[in-house]
Each structure stands twice: as structure tokens, then as C-alpha cells.
Design a protein around this ligand. Sequence first.
Ligand code: G3P
Ligand code: MG
Length: 244
Amino acid sequence: NDTKKAQHYPHIAAHRGFRDVFPQNTIAAVKGASRFKADRIEIDVVATSDGELVVFHDARLDDLTDKEGLIAETPSEIVLQAEILDSGETIPTLAETLAATRPSVMMNLEFKASDPLSWKAFTERALPIASRYPGEYYVSSFDPDALRAVKDVDPSVDVAPIFGSDKEENLEIARELDAKAVNPSTGVLDRDLVATAHEEGREVNVWTIDSWREAQEPLELGVDGLIADYPHMATFATDNSHRN
Ligand code: G3P
Ligand code: MG
């Protein structure tokens, strides 16, 4: 049927490695998300007190692991032994995580917090590790200074600002950095944001989409990617057959 509207199939990124199914930001999560055919996997990257780059979301170990304290004040020897609660999984290094990921998956490395390193030092450690990943990757961050450091160290690396407010400011940051994408929350997503990003040649990847209902507006607006906690979001995003 020639009149059928072209369908838009956004990619699905596994948020912290589909965190509502797998222990978040772990080797089990990236392996599981790869098996569930995530197009991309989003992981959070932070530094330990001795500058090891590890994959973990929180600033403190307390809520997600069997250890306590700020990651930035804890040596890697201890951080790497912390168990993600009730999972048997430990906090992995960035290098271990990328080595365990299927290279057909594009990695979204969220640079979360650099302490005790500067963003420049953090980036100078992270990019050589990331560049050994045989697949594609890009760097996102809430902190524009992290993305500026990435572009200073290697202008060829793709970046994307993450934001949950301040749409215009973040569109401007995306222009300054020639960003590949903008990664807004659902709360700040609107038609103008999608139109402006697309006019400027950037993707829009929205976080986090965890139900059929939450997927509808982003799909209607034509976003490029859904950053999701569940692998079955892929089905919600693509099953429009009942509309034909
Ligand atoms: O990258 C988008 C999303 O991960 C940002 O929120 O707190 O889960 O890192 P958070
Ligand atoms: Mg994140």
C-alpha cells in the first residue's frame, strides 16, 4: 500500500544494561542486554580514589552494594570486590565491561563523575580504553565540561549532552560541541526539541521509557532512540502493525 505512512523504528538502548532485568551496570547486564538484542547499551562510568575507571551509577557504594563509602574515596582494590546486592556480580572496570560486550552493540558511555580526577585526566584514561572496543561508542554526560574534555582530547569522538531541564541551553551546548545527539528526559522532550535537533542533524535519545504508555509520545514525535530499563521495550517500539 503506497499510501501507508513510513514507520519509524527507534533504536533501543539498554539503560544500565536493562537494569530492571539484570543487575545494573554489570558484566551480566551487558551480556544479557546483548543477548536481548539491544541496539545500544548505556553504562555509567566513574573513577575510584586511585583513578581506576569502573562502571557504576551512584556516588556512594551504600545503596547498591554490600560495601559503604564514596567511590571517589575508595581504592579500586575494595570497589572491585563490592557485590551488587543479591546478584553475585561485582562492580566491573570499564575495560572488562567493554570486553564482555558484543561489538555489534553501540556503547553509550555516560561519564558520570570524574572525582578524584579532572575531566581531562578522566578522559585521557577513558578514551584509550574505549577505543579498544571493536564496536562503536559515544560519550554522554550531564556535565558539559566532561564533553568538552572529550572533544579536547579527541575531536573525532561523538558526544551527547544529557539533560532533564534547560532545553535551549542544552541545544546550545550540542551546537558548541557538534554533538551527535541530544539525550533528554521524557519531562523535557517536546516537538520543538525534536524538530530543532533534527534540523541540526542530531539524534534525539530519550530516557527512560519503561512502558507502552510512556513510549507513545516519543514515538509520535519521531525520536531516534529509547533508553529503556526493560528489553521488551523493543516490542512496544516497533509493533505498530495494528494501525495499518
Ligand atoms: O543516560 C541517560 C540516563 O542514564 C541518565 O540518568 O541517573 O540513570 O544515569 P541516570
Ligand atoms: Mg546513566
